[in-house]
Design a protein around this ligand. Structure first.
Ligand SMILES: [Zn+2]
Length: 695
């Protein structure tokens, strides 16, 4: 690195990681937070206790755009300045002395706290939830963007008693005063500020006690009681497995999981209180298509890797994401078997090779690496390390690492040193090729995976045989097809080679009773030849919403004379949380001649067009925008919903909406309509659409 670059990196790291103040140590906090839905604001009070290690004349806390009504140090007013992003106290502080700082504040957080559903007329979709990592807790609480400042936070929240309030720690007590209730949560151990969290909404919960006596609370919306089992399937198994496999007891008093609407990610591992996307709240039929198991295990593993031991800064991010991903895969290996595990690693390897081939390979020590690198290369790297040092020493090294650095901060070299001590091996080569290098050694990885999985071995030798042999693909595939293949292998064969397989082969392939193989067939075939009509029709009976969606669409396209029968058969199926089957069904029903009465057609169209509205989750809205815009012009209300979506807090959804707006603006007529509609908009929505219309 040259000088300019390293200087930039230093400036940049101060900005990204938060500034540190080594002369003081904050160790305890008592927080009282009152969220105010009408203003989307927070009124709060926080008391911090800290020790001064080296004499200093100022102390700061990160605090974004906050107003302070009172700032007291040891009960007395103290000179301070309140910049945009921090509050600084000016006072000569002596070493080896303890201080108490109390701040009263109010803030309208720009991010990190999200208020949903408070503006519509529905009462049961109201939620407030937080996201600290990447969004900075200092938007709602004066706290520490620097992950190295670990504090024991006790959180108290006051809110309307009709709601459930959930936060980190153990609920010690509640206190009722009129319509307001105060919840007292107690933490026993310190953590970084980004792991603080609360969620407020309409929830019921189920409690599970695991083997070590740690209570696990599973939250759900009251209407979803039948979805609790499939959504949280294997939760205690995963919990018991992780404690056993990691070899260190779960470090916190309890564990809660809370689904929320329109979450920014799949899940977030707040200490003892994982918040996750309610797009994972599923019925038992959806389990085969989309389930929470991997995310569940990943966030739980973070309770050790990230929460108990925390990276010093994002140069060491592998220690969080790679480790959580690896242990999640181990949990799944225990549940779904060896082959599942190795196929997943192989799929990761394929994606990483692709990145590598585009010249975009990344080092795990690069703080700006993509999540593919941090999560998947990160997990593979740990697998490689484990094969290198052996199970016994791997576990020993991991245990001493966690014990030595518990409730503290770590670097990659801290971890490597513990592994070297445990195994008595020099791990320099591993560090060089797996952590520092940007190259991805695909062939080496393939060989290693094949040596552990018979299934992959069969697959790889099939691949090379198909490349080199003079016989036809089908002939070669037929030789192994009838033997005892795993469904993953069959699925991959269908997806990779369906084009060179005959109709009669594919027809026979439908006979496997396996859902995933049949799903692969439903995806692989675009136009259904009449010889395969019967097989495709049988897919409408499969217990998979993705299969049903694929089959319904392809059958409807391919056999117009039977459209009504297909619609009758699938009427009333909702599907995945994004309502995939229902929305496709509505669209096809409306488009089918002689199926609906005029009233029905109007009602169904209204239902479909209504799914773009803000009262729905963004997964539903996105699906509705896509489907409708393929066939119809968007209605005025859809266009308003689209502009609303273009300023949504979820960047994936926001980008989707912005792209669709760009597309519409290329059409003069649509542009004119957007101009008309913008007259009824205000605030962020108006600002965004105006910026687009002016260009
Ligand atoms: Zn993670």
């Amino acid at each position: 690195m040259n000088f300019i670059n390293s200087l930039l990196a230093m400036l940049f790291s101060g900005f990204i990681f938060g500034q540190s103040q080594p002369s003081v140590d904050f160790y305890k906090a008592a927080i009282h937070v009152i969220p105010v839905p009408s203003t989307k604001g927070i009124n709060g009070k926080v008391t911090y206790w800290f020790n001064v290690l080296d004499k200093t004349d100022s102390v700061f806390l990160d605090a974004k755009n906050m107003d302070f009504s009172s700032v007291l140090l040891n009960g007395k007013k103290v000179r301070h300045s309140n910049a945009k992003d921090k509050i600084v106290l000016y006072k000569k502080l002596k070493a080896d002395k303890a201080y108490k700082l109390t701040l009263d504040y109010s803030v309208i957080p720009k991010q990190a706290v999200y208020f949903l559903g408070w503006e519509d007329s529905l009462a049961d979709n109201n939620q407030i939830w937080t996201q600290g990592q990447g969004k900075y807790t200092s938007h709602w609480l004066p706290s520490f963007d620097d992950m190295n400042e670990k504090v024991e936070f006790d959180l108290k929240l006051t809110f309307n008693k009709e709601y459930e309030v959930i936060a980190n720690g153990k609920l010690k007590d509640t206190f009722l005063k009129g319509s307001l209730k105060t919840w007292f949560f107690d933490m026993k151990r310190p953590m970084s500020s980004y792991l603080l969290a609360f969620a407020i909404g309409n929830y019921d919960s189920e409690k599970v006690i695991n083997k070590n006596g740690i209570p696990i609370e599973l939250y759900y919306y009251p209407m979803d009681s039948l979805k609790v089992e499939p959504t949280y399937r294997y939760t205690s198994e995963i919990f018991d497995f992780l404690s056993e496999e990691i070899g260190i007891d779960y470090p916190w008093q309890n564990y809660k999981q809370i689904p929320v609407r329109d979450f920014l990610y799949a899940g977030m591992e707040n200490t003892g209180a994982t918040i996750f996307s309610d797009g994972y709240v599923i019925d038992s039929m959806a389990f085969v298509d989309k389930n929470y198991v991997n995310v569940n295990a990943h966030e739980m593993a973070h309770q050790w890797f990230g929460n108990l031991v925390t990276e010093k800064d994002s140069n060491h991010h592998w220690l969080h994401e790679g480790f959580a991903s690896y242990y999640a895969l181990l949990a799944e290996k225990k549940l779904f078997g060896n082959d599942y595990f190795y196929w997943r690693l192989y799929e990761s390897a394929k994606r990483l090779q692709q990145l590598n081939n585009q010249g975009k390979g990344e080092a795990l020590t690069d703080p700006k690496a993509s999540s593919l690198t941090f999560y998947e290369k990160g997990a593979l790297a740990l697998h490689i390390l484990r094969t290198k040092v052996g199970d016994k020493f791997f576990k020993k090294g991991m245990m001493t690492y966690l014990e030595k650095y518990q409730f503290a901060n770590v670097t990659i070299s801290d971890f490597i040193s513990e592994m070297e001590l445990a195994s008595e091996l020099d791990l320099n080569d591993f560090v060089q090729s797996w952590l520092n290098d940007t190259e991805f050694p695909f062939e080496k990885v393939k060989l290693l995976l094949a040596s552990s999985s018979k299934d992959l071995q069969t697959y790889f030798s099939l691949q090379s045989e198909l490349m080199s042999s003079n016989s036809g693909n089908e002939e070669i595939i037929s030789q192994i097809w009838s033997s005892n293949l795993s469904h993953r292998l069959r699925e991959n064969i269908i997806l990779d080679y369906h084009e060179s397989l005959s109709e009669s082969f594919l027809r026979d392939a439908f006979d496997t009773k396996d859902l995933k193989t049949r799903q692969a067939l439903s995806i692989a075939t675009d136009r259904i030849p009449s010889e395969m009509k019967k097989q495709f029709e049988s897919l409408l009976e499969d217990k998979s919403y993705i299969t049903i969606e694929n089959a319904l669409y392809r059958l409807w396209i391919s056999f117009p004379e039977d459209r009504i029968a297909y619609l009758e058969k699938t009427n009333g199926i909702i599907g995945l949380p994004n309502k995939n089957v229902r929305m496709l069904w509505l669209l096809l029903a409306v488009l089918t001649r002689d199926y609906l009465s005029d009233v029905q057609r109007t009602n169904y169209k209204e239902e479909l067009f209504g799914y773009t509205s803000e009262i729905n989750s963004f997964e539903v809205r996105q699906n509705a925008f896509s489907l409708i815009s393929e066939v119809y012009p968007l209605s005025d209300q859809n266009l308003k919903d689209l502009v609303n979506a273009s300023v949504h807090h979820s960047w994936q959804f926001r980008n989707f909406a912005r792209n669709l707006i760009e597309r519409l603006l290329r059409d003069d007529k649509q542009k004119q309509r957007l101009i008309e509609i913008s007259k009824e908009l205000k605030g962020k929505e108006l600002r965004y659409i105006q910026s687009k219309l002016q260009v």
